[in-house]
Ligand binder design. Sequence first.
Ligand code: F6R
Length: 242
Amino acid sequence: MKVLIHNSAELAQQAVADILSNRIAASPASVLGLATGGTMEAVYDRLILALSESGVPVEEVKTFNLDEYWGLAPDHPATYRSYMNSRLFGRAGFPVGRTFLPASDAADPVAESAAYEAKIRDAGGIDLQLLGIGQNGHIGFNEPTSSLASRTRLKTLTESTRMANQQYFDGQEATPKYAITMGIGTILDARDCLLLATGSNKADAVRKMIEGPLGAHCPASALQLHPKATVVLDAAAATDLT
Ligand code: F6R
């Protein structure tokens, strides 16, 4: 695992945006795994700038998001589809037909999960998977005790994750209870993994991810098994590292 520590959150976000735009410039038909959440908002702003400044084309890129809430109407403003369309795809000109997320209104989430895995396989697998990390060590919506070999499936969200995400909804009652998420095994299949964590509230999870032990109680620790995982941190997220 390569760990890169930057002095500020801004420098860490810029480093991640640069890795993404350089990857697309080098391989315009890249298959990217993407993430949502507060951490990625500035990354996508910076990525849009980097792409437009260097004239990097995005028409051939394919994207697969890590996860999507389940049980929300597709036009609900808090779906991850809405987040991605408004924060990245629409603004940077990614063709929406080449961008994939699990359907938030899938009638059969088991079939939807299997179909999502098949779409990733048919695209040739994910070249670079972007990741954030939850305060409890989750990646995607793989909450603690998720199997390290898990594949895309419906997951019940923990109370702590629902509490962290209620800011995007009308209180915790209105916050979804379920999500469809890539599994940890699905994430580990990506040829490269790139995780960004900023802020002191991530320091404990970051220490457990990097310094172990490897185990299901910190799903992100599974990245210790990945041959090409890069973790980008700001100084605050790195404070608990020995
Ligand atoms: C989002 C995702 C989550 C977030 C994590 C951190 O697609 O997969 O694992 O990366 O919850 O979220 P923020 O960045 O809001 O702290």
